[in-house]
Design a protein around this ligand. Structure first.
Ligand code: SAH
Length: 400
């Protein structure tokens, strides 16, 4: 068995069960892509069994911190089963579920979502790439399903020196799916949609938005970065429950035409084709500026942009981009209106995000209450030992 020997002092994070080993922490030793190695302190003390990623700055990811643990097929079967079983502990209100959430489930680099009877997986590290056949079989065994589609085309693969791969890994079927979520249904395509096809992590924030729409009977709603219209459908579901769809105006913006086509289809799927809903194929920033010039205001605005800062290194430029759209969004908010503003950048912490929104408010000349903090749904868990796992954070701002 090969070993990675760390530099003095670099054992600390592994002792706290943080699963990453950066290249700068390694004194000597290496492994082939995805190979299991023994990670040891500068004095030779066992720290972890880990898979190596020779091409990545994150040079190794820990599988286990227990010296007697064997890293074999049985180990992966158990990890997968544990992750799948854990989802049964949450009341998710959906048949679209994240079953495996990488590091949080002890499987660094593996993402698995279930849409109805179909599984979609992303293998994003050399370690899970090497164990792919074992993991694929374990996923079918743990779920009792037979169809698994691979969407290993995320940018993280490149950093691992892996080529993009997509297609059926087990079984075969339709890539078009319809999932139930809370009181609505949403269609998606696992072959062409973003990530594995859909943004399951925002499920509970969509529900909160529906509840707010019902309670406050929004008249003018603006859903920015709407993708396939999830927050728009949620708002309409809330308005319907309040008997308040009539007279409500909903504007949804995205720069992806296929996403907007699907958003329209998703309204129809829920019986909202008669609603006063507009879909703009446009840049959000430019649209917000235009709305300000036109003197428009909104009772509810959602800002759910893509990841501006994939890593801490991009944080500064990303902070400016977040501040800019939040300044524009706050300006467009009617007094008493609500802004749901999100960042899904791992490189921007919750504190920093609050500060960014605070300075956007100062520049906009707008005061607000933060009435709620939002985060990823519980099937996208954070763990106590891996705070980096917190990526999605949201604030609900009510304009004073
Ligand atoms: N809120 C959505 C997910 C948003 S994902 C949901 O609940 O499902 C981010 C979206 O932003 C993507 O659909 C992407 O196409 C879009 N996007 C990225 N840059 C954009 C820009 N400059 N203007 C408009 N849309 C943009």
């Amino acid at each position: 068995m090969k070993a990675l020997r760390l530099r003095p002092g670099k054992e600390r994070s592994l002792l706290r069960r943080h699963p990453w080993v950066f290249d700068s922490a390694i004194a000597k030793g290496s492994g082939d892509a995805g190979e299991t190695v023994r990670v040891e302190s500068s004095e030779g003390q066992f720290l972890a069994w880990a898979s190596t990623s020779p091409a990545s700055k994150i040079r190794a990811r820990a599988w286990s911190f227990v010296e007697t643990q064997r890293i074999d097929a049985a180990f992966f079967q158990e990890r997968v089963k544990k992750a799948v079983d854990a989802r049964g502990l949450f009341d998710l209100q959906s048949d679209g579920v994240r079953l495996v959430h990488g590091e949080a489930d002890g499987l660094p680099g593996l993402i698995v979502d279930r849409y109805g009877d179909t599984l979609v997986a992303q293998f994003l590290s050399a370690g899970v790439e090497r164990w792919k056949p074992v993991l694929a079989d374990a996923l079918l065994a743990a779920t009792g399903l037979s169809k698994l589609y691979e969407r290993s085309d995320a940018s993280g693969r490149e950093r691992e020196g892996l080529k993009p791969v997509t297609g059926w890994l087990r079984g075969e079927g339709d890539t078009a799916q319809v999932i139930r979520e809370h009181a609505w249904r949403l269609s998606l395509d696992i072959a062409t949609g973003h990530k594995t096809g859909f943004y399951l992590d925002q499920r509970d924030s969509r529900q909160r938005f529906a509840e707010m729409a019902q309670h406050r009977k929004f008249r003018r709603v603006l859903n920015c970065f709407c993708y396939t219209g999830g927050f728009t459908v949620a708002a309409l579901a809330g308005l319907k429950a309040a008997g308040a769809i009539e007279g409500a105006e909903l504007t949804s913006i995205d720069s992806s035409l296929p996403a907007l086509d699907r958003a329209r289809a998703n309204l129809a799927l829920n019986g909202f084709e008669g609603a006063n809903a507009q879909f703009l194929d446009a840049d959000v920033n430019a649209s917000l500026r235009r709305f300000i010039e036109e003197g428009r205001t909104f009772d509810a605005i959602v800002l759910d942009p893509p990841k501006f800062a994939p890593t801490v290194a991009h944080a500064e430029r990303a902070a400016r981009a977040y501040k800019d759209i939040n300044r524009l969004g706050l300006k467009l908010l009617a007094p008493g209106g609500v802004l749901l503003t999100f960042s899904c950048s791992g490189g921007i912490g919750a504190d920093l995000f609050h500060k960014i929104v605070a300075s956007a408010g100062i520049d906009a000349g707008v005061d607000g209450y933060i009435s709620e903090r939002l985060g990823a749904a519980p099937d996208h868990p954070m763990t106590i030992e891996f705070p980096e796992g917190e990526y999605l954070k949201g604030l609900v701002v009510v304009r004073k």
